[in-house]
Design a protein around this ligand. Structure first.
Ligand SMILES: Nc1nc2c(ncn2[C@@H]2O[C@H](COP(=O)(O)OP(=O)(O)O)[C@@H](O)[C@H]2O)c(=O)[nH]1
Ligand SMILES: [Mg+2]
Length: 166
């Protein structure tokens, strides 16, 4: 949940998505501005924080980077419960990762905080020539729409390989 102090806001952010989609890479970009070609798999979940100044408010993101493997699935509610925002990451070159992303949308719909800001991130945009996921994005969105028309939701096409470069 986002909590406000004197011009300070703490926001819990959770990353969900299939193993290998690029969740840890996205966090590494956001927190350190780096990219690792051989990013190690996350075990369980990892915690990071990043503070940003937005206008005259300081936002401290408390970030939970989850593992993605099915065997850790039962732990996920611990991380998304009370989160102000969730980023569901998939790999545009993997239909399996997109199927998994849709499952996360449905799980948040059933069990997540209804005011949560949800972003769907189609990662590895640099692999455009290997793209497998195209117009299907709208199907995931129709779920979010019917879930809560007042909630905020976003879609990003991104590449951790190039993100924030230059
Ligand atoms: N080409 C490309 N590879 C990426 C991108 N983002 C992540 N990767 C690679 O994909 C693999 C899995 O990334 P990782 O962040 O560990 O995925 P996670 O399991 O979702 O945390 C790693 O080898 C990354 O280097 C991207 O935007 N483009
Ligand atoms: Mg990871």
């Amino acid at each position: 949940m986002a909590t406000i102090g004197h011009n300070n806001l703490n926001a819990k952010l959770v990353l969900l998505g299939d193993m290998g989609a690029g969740k840890s890479s996205l966090v590494l970009r956001f927190v350190k501005g780096q990219f690792l070609e051989f990013q190690e798999s996350t075990i369980g979940a990892a915690f990071f924080s990043q503070t940003l100044a937005v206008n005259d408010v300081t936002v401290k993101f408390e970030i939970w980077d989850t593992a993605g493997q099915e065997r850790y699935h039962s732990l996920a509610p611990m991380y998304y419960r009370g989160a102000a925002a969730a980023i569901i990451v998939y790999d545009i070159s993997s239909t399996d990762s997109f199927a998994r992303a849709k499952k996360w949308v449905q799980e948040l719909q059933k069990q997540g905080n209804p005011n949560m800001v949800v972003a769907l991130a189609g990662n590895k945009a640099d692999l455009e020539d290997k793209r497998k996921v195209t117009a299907e994005v709208s199907t995931a969105f129709s779920v979010i729409f019917t879930w809560n028309p007042l909630a905020s939701y976003f879609f990003y096409k991104l590449s951790c390989l190039h993100l924030f470069d230059g």
